[in-house]
Design a protein around this ligand. Structure first.
Ligand SMILES: [Zn+2]
Length: 433
């Protein structure tokens, strides 16, 4: 039975006077998933003809030999031609944003019920694209915490959400924002978020495309202010993740020792790109992750004709080729890369996570490294490696089945035949299009 949701001001999710949820998730008690290949995410060699046991929503045994090694009479999900992978983690998303070009207007004006309906739809759509865990960087008020708890309680089914609540910034940036302008205010606002149940602290570290108050090359916080957030979060055993477009924001955040830089565009005055090797070396040494969010910069669905085409490609970053070489340099310097799309953002749909993998595949990473950036490495980035990211006994039975062999051709990650969330089967992109 799932743990009851945390109770917060305004009432928890107690139903009919009972702490236990009425609609608890029904895991298959036992299931064997049979396929052609299995990549468990640990870096171990591929398993041919795997039979993976799911028991009470968790991974049990993994045997080689296909259906022949399944105990007689046990239920089987047979996926001929498929490769099994750990469920994907989208390392940067906003479940409250609807991927339209009017998203901030919608976020501001949608009534609560409509917003929550969209959020549920968007979270569930992510499953079709293989995403079984979403790191949500910022919602409207407590909406993402409520949705996370409803999912955890089994009231709804969908991916696991790991949420930052409302992001901190020194100025309003368009998204719902907790304004904190000094180290003391950072401590206070971070404490408010974490005490309300946020899984981490998210900060806007520099100007951006959306924060019109500040150029993209200016930091929002000093090293001391980032440090105040880190110390506060450490008191809750939580991490601090920072969006930064600016090299100055990256420098201050890395110096302070945040968990990750997201977007991380290395913009300096005048809009040029400048990525100092000394900062990369420091990131590698401190184990600071980067989430380059290529999907939002080079969108699959740019604004329709006549609308503002500047969103179609981030001109400050230059061509995709130029940006790919920046990501390659980070990777080569030993910085751990995590796949994240910024889903919910302009033209960036929740079910198109494979696009990020396809783009990362052009950044000098091996195919196995790309797959691990969305699985094992992403689980460590979230500090959830005990339950996610690899297909080994005891982990959540979060599984993606793709038709073909992604190690032979990374583009097969689009051919998602089925997705298993805690062992429960959902249709993948290939079976819905
Ligand atoms: Zn974002």
């Amino acid at each position: 039975m799932a743990a009851p949701p945390s109770s917060r001001a305004g009432g928890g999710l107690t139903i009919q006077g009972k702490e236990e949820p009425v609609y608890s998730r029904a895991y298959p008690a036992e299931l064997w998933v049979v396929a052609d290949r299995l990549i468990d995410g640990t870096g171990r060699p591929l398993v041919e003809r795997p039979a993976l046991q799911v028991t009470d929503g968790r991974v049990g045994e993994v045997r080689a030999g296909g259906s022949a090694v399944v105990p007689p009479g046990a239920p089987v999900a047979d996926l001929p031609g498929c490769t099994l992978l750990p469920g994907f983690v989208n390392g940067h998303a906003h479940v409250c944003l609807d991927a339209t070009f009017d998203l901030f207007k919608h976020l501001e004006t949608d009534p609560d019920g409509l917003l929550m309906s969209k959020m549920i739809g968007q979270a569930q759509a992510a499953l079709r694209g293989g995403v079984t865990t979403i790191k949500d960087n910022g919602g409207r008020r407590d909406s993402t915490l409520v949705l996370r708890d409803a999912l955890k309680a089994g009231i709804l089914e969908g991916p696991t959400l790991v949420v930052g609540g409302v992001s901190l910034s020194n100025q309003w940036v368009g998204m719902d924002t907790r304004i904190a302008q000094t180290a003391e205010e950072v401590r206070h606002e971070a404490t408010v978020q974490l005490a309300a149940g946020a899984d981490f602290v998210h900060m806007y570290g520099s100007g951006s495309r959306m924060g019109r108050d500040l150029p993209r090359w200016q930091a929002r916080y000093s090293t001391a202010e980032f440090r105040a957030a880190i110390e506060t979060a450490a008191g809750f055993r939580k991490r601090v993740y920072v969006d930064t477009h600016a090299t100055s924001g990256a420098r201050a955040a890395v110096e302070a020792g945040v968990a990750a830089l997201e977007h991380c565009y290395w913009v300096v005055e005048g809009g040029r790109i400048d990525m100092p090797q000394a900062i990369l070396d420091q990131m590698a040494r401190k184990g600071i992750y980067v989430v380059p969010t290529l999907s939002i910069s080079y969108q699959r669905h740019p604004a329709p004709g006549g609308a503002d085409q500047s969103w179609a490609q981030d001109r400050a970053l230059g061509s995709f080729e130029a940006r790919a070489r920046v990501v390659e340099q980070m990777h080569r310097s030993g910085v751990k890369v995590v796949a994240g799309t910024d889903a919910g953002g302009w033209g960036t749909r929740f079910d198109e996570f494979p696009y990020e993998l396809e783009l990362l595949g052009q950044c000098g990473m091996s195919t196995m490294e790309v797959l691990r950036s969305a699985t094992a490495v992403a689980a460590e980035f979230l500090d959830r490696q005990d339950e996610l990211g690899t297909l080994v006994a005891g982990k959540r039975a979060d599984i993606v089945a793709v038709k073909g062999d992604p190690l032979a051709d990374l583009r097969t990650v689009w051919n998602i035949e089925a997705v298993f969330k805690d062992g429960r089967r959902w249709p993948g992109l290939a079976s819905t299009s």
